[in-house]
Design a protein around this ligand. Structure first.
Ligand SMILES: [Zn+2]
Length: 154
């Protein structure tokens, strides 16, 4: 095997783009079945011609003709007969996922609204009427200044 000098990155779904030049040279088209070979840490990809139609890639109703496989539809087409191919649907080509998966949001401290804060302070004061402002501040996880501000709004 010779080095083509072409480098392509693998995407996160394990897909890789086969360089256009190579596809052209090897006669690989959209939908062409490809066969993987692996040896000694290397991967080789070859057009899968073993048991698929040499013309359309179909694996159904194959005949062997002059060193290649050909399916009954292609035989029909060559002989000018209407083929049943149109009634069949080819397997869909997987689409690129449209958006990146959203990053998992980092855990945020729940910030209370001012009204919720006032309510909390109110119930704290009812529960512990003689506590210092400092204590309320610690309970609510806010500054003492904020506590006195809120107290004015009670
Ligand atoms: Zn065919």
């Amino acid at each position: 095997m010779k080095n083509t000098g072409m480098v392509r990155p693998l995407d996160r779904l394990g897909r890789i783009v086969i360089p256009k030049e190579l596809r052209k040279t090897l006669g690989i088209e959209v939908g062409s079945p490809l066969e993987f070979y692996s040896d000694d840490g290397k991967i080789a990809i070859q057009r899968y011609v073993g048991v698929s139609c040499n013309f359309c890639g179909s694996v159904n109703n194959l005949s062997y003709y002059k060193n290649s496989f050909i399916c009954i539809d292609c035989i029909d087409e060559m002989q000018g007969r209407p083929s049943s191919r149109d009634s069949r649907s080819s397997p869909p080509i997987p689409e690129e996922p449209k958006s990146e998966p959203k990053p998992i949001p980092k855990e945020k401290k729940v910030r209370l609204t001012q009204n919720e804060m006032i309510e909390k302070l109110r119930s704290l004061i009812q529960e512990y009427p003689n506590q210092s402002q400092k204590h309320y501040a610690q309970e609510l996880n806010i500054s003492q200044g904020r506590v006195s501000q809120l107290k004015k709004m009670l």
